[in-house]
Design a protein around this ligand. Structure first.
Ligand code: F6P
Length: 541
């Protein structure tokens, strides 16, 4: 186990040595760190100097990555070995952005031609919808696209569509439906004409309760609106790995785009799961995003560990979580367009690394994936940043900014970026009691107005928010999460922890329904809550 290695012990001893050394001192004794503790990759720049690390910390962390086998494990992933051991699958989202002509084999079969075949079909389909050539059952052009999916089949396309401004085209209305709460689909359908509406049902497994329930209700809405069961094939596209279930649901498999079990749901935005995104932003922009992913893949695969952006980000995260005791970290995009990035990264990180046993099934022994959350700046400054500045908990954060705005509006962008830089500065350096007192603050208020500082941040700057830079940013976090999983010795690519709730919900659902008697036999609390719900719905016990 990693915690039993010399490298881990050295880091623990080093953490004791540097404990109490404030970021103010680190900058005073090493002024070049602001320039030098930075790394570039593609269009991204990472400044990690405002972390509680010395150059020695970074050397020790790199040694830990070497000891954990990050480099060979990374190769095993890129080569298509079955590194998802509990599901006996390869992990090859990187093959989704491999250029045609490159060979990536799974069980001796080159998968790249199939990837490009699907990409070409996506390209064609998206172009036809955008050009008005895909018509509905009545011959009218499609003006509304409703994406139905959940988790990785929703968050990626929804986040990226917002990021790239795909929802700003008045000719096309785009909506994303994920929740089984009928208000989600109900609200999404308000104002839509079924004759002009295309549903893209995204589900890797095509067995997900939420998605199938929403898709069924969407089909009922469509058939009721058009009065024709045969309309379904003009208005439904499926994206899935499961052709059998797609056919069983009643979607013509000619209207299906496939992908493969070696693409994890939370790693699937660059597969056919991105169809709604491709419709929204255009297939060329989608391909540009894939090229961006590829830029980061090549950097991750080729750069030495101590100059490797995803590896550095991962190691800083391990340092914060395992040696400084931070249980959580905040993702703060200073970009409204990146507003859904925290939710996207929440799934990517927490579903991947929220594990407590290692690859052999033994307790992992150290804290693993952190609690990830966040909101765009500057909104967060007027909500939760108080706690990060002056609270008792350590909350490291990633502040993400875009240098050149998509839209110039007066001085908005400079003010936005000034706030990003100011937050990082304030978090790191704070304001001492002496400085506060010197400003003439009343003595009894000095403790309240003192900022301890020493709060770690990473600042990530994108030159511009483009399809390519977005691809680079997503891949950066994918590889960061992978690297942390390797260090902790866990499987970042399964998600057994979501299963129990699904099984129990299936058991409870009939107990809530009118005409059925509750079976009981749960714990006292669950049985009582079932009774209360039934009573509120006027259903007899
Ligand atoms: O329940 C978790 C999960 O399996 C995620 O990993 C996945 O992204 C989501 O559900 C949706 O799954 P599917 O695409 O198979 O509907």
């Amino acid at each position: 186990m990693i915690a039993d290695t010399q490298e881990w012990a050295r880091l623990a001893a080093h953490a004791d040595e540097v404990a109490g050394v404030h970021l103010r001192e680190l900058f005073a004794s090493d002024p070049a760190r602001g320039e030098e503790l930075t790394v570039g990759a593609g269009d991204l720049h990472l400044d990690y100097s405002k972390n509680r690390v010395t150059r020695q910390t970074l050397r020790l962390l790199t040694a830990l990555a070497e000891r954990a086998g990050v480099a060979p494990r990374r190769e095993a992933m890129f080569r298509g070995e079955a590194i998802n051991v509990t599901e006996r699958r390869a992990v090859l989202h990187t093959a989704l952005r491999a250029p045609s002509g490159e060979r990536v084999e799974v069980d001796g079969v080159d998968v790249v031609p199939a990837v490009h075949e699907v990409l070409d079909r996506m390209h064609d389909l998206a172009s036809r919808v955008r050009a008005g050539e895909w018509t509905g059952a009545t011959g009218r052009r499609i003006r509304n696209v409703v994406n139905i999916g959940i988790g990785g089949s929703d968050l990626g396309p929804a986040m990226a569509t917002r990021a790239l401004g795909g929802d700003a085209d008045p000719a096309l209305t785009l909506r994303f439906v994920s929740n089984i709460d009928g208000d989600d689909l109900g609200d999404a359908l308000v104002g839509l004409d079924p004759a002009e509406t295309l549903f893209v049902v995204c589900s890797k497994t095509f067995t997900t309760l939420e998605t199938l329930t929403n898709a069924r209700s969407a089909r009922e809405w469509l058939v009721a609106g058009l009065g024709d069961e045969g309309a379904v094939r003009h208005h439904f596209i499926a994206v899935s790995t499961n052709a059998e279930q797609v056919a069983a649901f009643g979607i013509d498999t000619a209207n299906m785009l496939g992908f493969w079990d070696w693409v994890g749901g939370r790693y699937s935005v660059d597969s056919a799961i991105g169809l709604t995104l491709a419709i929204a932003v255009g297939p060329d922009a989608f391909r540009e995003m894939l090229r961006g992913f590829r830029v980061m893949d090549e950097h991750f695969r080729g750069a030495p560990l101590d100059r490797n952006m995803p590896v550095i980000l991962a190691l800083i995260g391990v340092w914060n979580a395992n040696f400084l005791g931070a249980d959580t970290y905040a993702v703060l995009p200073y970009s409204q367009r990146l507003g859904r990035l925290p939710a996207y990264l929440q799934q990517l990180d927490m579903e991947s690394n929220g594990k407590s046993v290692d690859l052999e099934g033994r307790p992992v022994g150290v804290p693993t994936g952190p609690i990830v959350w966040g909101e765009p700046g500057t909104n967060g400054q007027h909500a939760f940043m108080q706690l990060i500045h002056q609270g008792t908990r350590l909350v490291p954060s990633d502040l993400i900014g875009v240098c050149r705005p998509g839209r110039e509006m007066g001085d908005h962008h400079d003010l936005l970026m000034a706030n990003l830089l100011a937050q990082a500065e304030a978090l790191a350096f704070g304001r001492t009691a002496e400085e506060v007192a010197a400003e003439g603050v009343a003595p009894e208020l000095v403790p309240h107005r003192t900022f301890p500082g020493d709060r770690p941040t990473n600042v990530i700057l994108l030159d511009e928010l483009t399809p390519s830079s977005l691809g680079q940013l997503i891949a950066l976090y994918e590889h960061k999460v992978f690297t942390q999983g390797v260090i902790w010795g866990i499987n970042s690519f399964d998600q057994w922890g979501v299963e129990l709730g699904k099984v129990l919900a299936k058991r409870i659902a009939p107990e809530l329904i009118a005409g059925e008697a509750p079976a009981g036999g749960h714990d006292g609390s669950t049985d009582a809550l079932i009774r209360r719900y039934r009573a509120a719905r006027g259903r007899s016990a």
